[in-house]
Structure formats: C-alpha cells, structure tokens
Write a protein that binds this ligand. Structure first.
Ligand SMILES: [Zn+2]
Length: 187
C-alpha cells in the first residue's frame, strides 16, 4: 500500500467474536498524551492498517480498548486524499438529517461487504497523540470511514448498522456483481 518505510510493529487484528470488539472503549486520560504508550499505539495502528490493506483501524481491533483510531483516504475516485491520521478521543457531530448508502467492509469481519447508511458529513473534534486539538469537518468517503471507526470505539460493528442483511455479500461476489456501484471501505 505504501512505499515509505513504516516504523512501529504489526499487530494482530482481532475478528468478530473477540470480546474487545464489543466493549465501549475508555478515553485516553490527559496524563497519557505524549507518552510512549500512545506514540507506540499510533505507529502500530498505522503500520498494521497499511500492511493489512485497510483504510482505517481502531484500537479495539488490535484488542486495545482505548478511544484511538487511525485512517487515511486514498486519493482515488471522487474523493481527495487525506494522509494517515490518528484521532484520540474523537467526538462526532452528525451534520444534517439525511443519510446516504454506501458499501462497507471491515478488517475484523473479513470477506464480507454490506450496504450501510451513514451521514454524508460530520464535524470531528479529537486530539493528536501529543494532546493537540484537531477540529475539522469531513464529508463523503472521509466521513464514512470516520463514522465506521468511531463505532468500533463503542463496540458497534457495521453489520449492526445495516438495514437488514439482504445486501450482505462475500467479497468475490461483490467484485462480480456490485463493484461498479461504489468504492468499498475496508476499515
Ligand atoms: Zn471495522
């Protein structure tokens, strides 16, 4: 996925059934900002996300139940690139009432894709690993990735967000029958 060398270490991504995926994760306390714990977690999340070909990865997916997530948006299709970013203690404000459907997959639910309704825009407030505030608005694919990842911090899987299971597909069938409809999100 990336040509630049990555530090940190690769961590095992846990799959559906691991209890870490179904817990509400704890906020990172202020005294842990800037510590080795958070810097290592940041690097490990980004490295594992790239090596497992995802566009997002939340700490509970490596069995660490703190409110930290990593993501990036590849500069493909109709969305602008967002370089790898780590959010600590993110909070979301959903913009507007309307939602839009899009395909999602999950590194913790390998091999499946399904249609999920998400808000097309969100306001995000979070911190970086050193405790600097990050405030921005995300839309489209970017907003979808963040909503999927923040759900992980609350023990919610994209399957829970589907309006029924009728769109659930294996990746191979998705490639064959649905891939022209939208870009997948594997997070
Ligand atoms: Zn996921």
């Amino acid at each position: 996925m990336t040509t630049r060398p990555l530090d940190g270490r690769h961590r095992t991504i846990v799959r559906l059934g691991h209890p870490a995926l179904r817990q509400r994760s704890e906020p990172v306390p202020v005294e842990r900002f800037g510590t080795r714990f958070l810097r290592d977690l940041e690097r490990d999340l980004v490295r594992t996300m790239f090596e497992d070909s995802g566009v997002g990865l939340a700490a509970p997916q490596i069995a660490v139940n703190v409110r930290v997530l990593a993501y990036f948006v590849p500069g493909e299709g109709d969305h602008d690139e967002v370089p790898p970013r780590v959010l600590v203690n993110p909070t979301l404000t959903l913009v507007g009432e309307a939602t839009e459907m899009g395909w999602e997959g999950c590194l913790s639910v390998p091999g499946l894709r399904g249609l999920v309704a998400r808000h097309p825009a969100v306001k995000v407030a979070a911190y970086d690993a050193d405790g600097r505030p990050l405030v921005f608005e995300a839309s489209g694919f970017h907003a979808r990735v963040i909503q999927h990842e923040v759900d992980h911090l609350d023990g919610i899987i994209f399957l829970d967000r589907m309006n029924g299971m009728s769109s659930l597909m294996f990746e191979e069938e998705w490639d064959h029958y649905a891939a022209d409809r939208d870009l997948p999100v594997e997070v």
